[in-house]
Design a protein around this ligand. Sequence first.
Ligand code: XMP
Length: 531
Amino acid sequence: MTTASATPTIKQDRILILDFGSQYSQLIARRVRDSGVFCEMFPYDIDTQRITDFGAKGIILSGGPESVHEDNSPRINEAVFELGVPVLGICYGMQAMAERFGGKVHGSDIHEFGAATIDVTGNCALLDGIEDSPSKLNVWMSHGDKVIEAPSDFDIVASTPSCPIAIMANDDKQYYGIQFHPEVTHTLQGQALLGRFVHQICGCAGDWTPDNIAEMRIAQLKEEIGDKQVLLGLSGGVDSSVVAALLHKAIGDQLTCVFVDNGLLRLHEGDQVMQVFAENMGVKVVRVDAEERFLTALAGESDPEKKRKIIGKTFIDVFADSARDVSANTDGQEIEYLAQGTIYPDVIESAKSHQGKAHVIKSHHNVGGLPDDLSFKLIEPLRDLFKDEVRKLGITLGLPAKMIYRHPFPGPGLGVRILGEVKKEYADVLRLADAIFMQELERSGWYDKTAQAFAVFQPIKSVGVVGDGRRYAWVIALRAVETVDFMTARFAHLPYDLIETVSNRIMNEIKDVSRVTYDVSSKPPATIEWE
Ligand code: XMP
């Protein structure tokens, strides 16, 4: 970690992104942050005051699905141009900017989508020194409308045969419009271009780094919490683990974590969490063994949604009980704060939904609302970070890479991987099968090549033969997927040899399994989990 105090300064050089609804908008923010510059994304129609107060050194206008020719399609708030800072319009953002300054936009239902090579025919400060080959850029296009006449004080800097104005620039005002998407990796110079905009054009330093973020956040937490006590529900997942590590560095023993073992965890999961946090890092962790409580609550229920609700509610009850116990046992000091691992995409999604421009919000949440009578103040130290920033922060804070880069595990755990009614006997079989699968994935190097993998318990029996005997036992399905966003997924094309090894080991080592299958469904139409 750096020694110089980084406290408020690393957010001083900041970029504002106004979101016009493109599916890539979040990526813009991630790329800007990757350049070491803090940024935030607001819906395009956020209050003028918030735009002005933000203190941006530059503004990026995202793409969007609409056309400037439609009635009531989004327009750029005039405040953007009154701030006197550089502006970069991407795709729809460019078209809206062109229209605002007197250019012409051609409306079209024909979509140009995919890779394109653009010819750089002029110069501008944004492009200085950026090219793939002399005067060429390989970019990613996704648009219907296009600018066909630049505003009179803009220069045309690049074009393609189908898109006459691929880049337009006004170097005096530092306004730039680009018809392609620099935020997607298919645009080879995209990161360089955004980097050039935020550093050279807007003049932002590159202080937004994991070391500086850690230092700033720890200082803020120290100041905010003072000598008060904080409680954190630790699941062993990335977000709550990073919150634990941050808080531990900031306030040491004033942090108490509660780890609820619900009997639906993977093999040795609870021990691993205790080992990393309690033994290696010296974090105060209370482990609550609630297996029986969960299994009793789930007994007789086979409907997936009801099972999820029961698990969620039981979690809250158990957590609330242990919070009260912890509160009563902190040397007379009440717990004042509850920490949570909310991350920035959750904040953006909920802001979008409040503005009525939502895409689908994830319906799964690890922890539902806690009861009001707990009356803690909330602390959310990851609220302004993307997942990849959270991961880098975790590494900076010394968490094991294995913990940081592991596959997501759903809140209801094995509860949604045991089809139908959940029983301890089933969970025990599934845990063993799942552990064998994980071991072989890691051994073969396939764990890191898949986004999520697990075993599923089928409560049906199938006939097998072992030696001279008949075996009538359970069926295990293996599931492995490749995905980036978990909204769509392709089943992982694991090598047959690997599937064979896993299958043999499961049937040889677990006498209660007579058959193993591999799930070849993609999402959609299937989902990743079976329930
Ligand atoms: P599906 O099954 O909807 O899963 O394709 C997408 C991602 O969400 C995870 N998932 C959950 N996470 N509570 C969670 O915290 C849940 O109830 C839940 N259900 C699914 C799933 O593991 C995958 O990563």
